[in-house]
Design a protein around this ligand. Structure first.
Ligand SMILES: Cc1cc2nc3c(=O)[nH]c(=O)nc-3n(C[C@H](O)[C@H](O)[C@H](O)COP(=O)(O)O)c2cc1C
Length: 198
């Protein structure tokens, strides 16, 4: 991905806490991208209007674009995702999955991007086929017990959507009375960005 090839990254940030743990873990990651001249969009999902998918399937009639009937902020996010090479889902784990706006967005994208669900016999394309997706997660339990189910879910989501699953960084929060960020987590975050740059 490095080596002079232009890569664009779209970070979908799913924490409601602007200065929380996920934000803190994301900072060195973004610093590393910037250091290597990789441009990125950072989209804070709690600042956007993201309606849940209502399974109307209007988007399935249009194989060339999003085609969703909702006039909220998702069409704009859709365009940014479509314009990038690497999608990064940054979220705290809530009830063993991502937070609600990210879940709503994932539902809107799995239908809007994948034209698999129409009435005809023919299956349509995945408009985002070939893009890479990575996860940057924070959780209260040990990552293998806190972040594992979301990671597994997103691996399946990637396969289904013809995306390439690019890896996960998951770090543990020991509670509100402890300091989340330390030099080791910072190093992990930078190294994770480097791994994704290839
Ligand atoms: C409503 C809620 C649900 C949570 N559910 C889980 C969970 O299922 N598993 C887990 O490991 N941690 C869980 N946590 C802990 C958070 O994932 C953790 O504190 C995270 O670092 C918070 O990130 P933030 O500061 O960016 O919001 C939960 C926290 C909240 C507030």
């Amino acid at each position: 991905m490095g080596g002079g090839i232009r890569v664009k990254c779209c970070i979908l940030m799913g924490s409601p806490r602007k200065d929380g743990n996920t934000s803190a873990l994301l900072k060195p990651f973004m610093g590393e991208l910037a250091f290597h001249g990789i441009s990125y969009d950072l989209i804070r999902l709690y600042e956007k209007r993201i309606e849940p998918c209502t399974a109307c399937r209007v988007c399935q009639k249009d194989w060339g674009s999003f085609g969703c009937r909702w006039g909220d902020d998702v069409p704009e996010i859709f365009d940014k995702v479509l314009a990038c090479d690497l999608i990064v889902l940054a979220t705290p784990i809530y009830s063993w999955y991502c937070t609600p706006p990210m879940k709503s967005l994932l539902d809107r994208l799995v239908y809007g991007m994948n034209k698999y669900y129409g009435d005809g016999d023919e299956k349509g394309p995945a408009l985002w086929a070939g893009k890479r997706m990575a996860l940057l997660l924070t959780c209260g339990y040990r990552p293998d017990k806190g972040a594992d189910l979301f990671e597994e879910g997103m691996k399946r989501y990637c396969k289904h959507s013809q995306l390439e699953y690019a890896g996960t960084l998951a770090e543990r929060d020991l509670g509100y009375r402890s300091v989340f960020m330390d030099s080791e987590k910072e190093r992990h975050s930078r190294e994770f960005a480097q791994t994704l740059m290839g």
